[in-house]
Design a protein around this ligand. Structure first.
Ligand code: FES
Length: 106
């Protein structure tokens, strides 16, 4: 089972079990992690699933797609490590993944 840790802006950590094949966003919703609203349901059209990927994991989570980049252009507090969590698929390779939540999604 793949484990993912979500860290809220205030430092509160949520380590949850993730199902391979789902997205990081779906994992957060299933586990009621606060701060991931996912208004568009994972269609890469809202940016309310914005997370910062821990730098150790950036290689494994891959690059932003061009559609994802377009959405992030309109998001606030975007950093180099910003990703839309609905665009990251869970797999064994992501066991131990750590993502942080932006302040405005607290
Ligand atoms: S859930 Fe809307 S962009 Fe990710």
């Amino acid at each position: 089972m793949t484990k993912i840790t979500f860290i809220e802006h205030d430092g509160t950590e949520h380590t949850v079990e993730a199902v391979n094949g789902l997205t990081v966003m779906e994992t957060a919703i299933r586990n009621m992690v606060p701060g991931i609203d996912a208004d568009c349901g994972g269609a890469c059209a809202c940016a309310t699933c914005h997370v910062y990927v821990d730098e150790k994991w950036e290689d494994k989570t891959g690059e932003r797609s061009s559609m994802e980049q377009s959405m992030l252009d309109f998001a606030s507090d975007v950093e180099a490590s910003s990703r839309l969590s609905c665009q990251i698929k869970v797999s064994d390779a992501l066991d131990g993944l750590v993502v942080r939540l932006p302040e405005q999604q607290g």
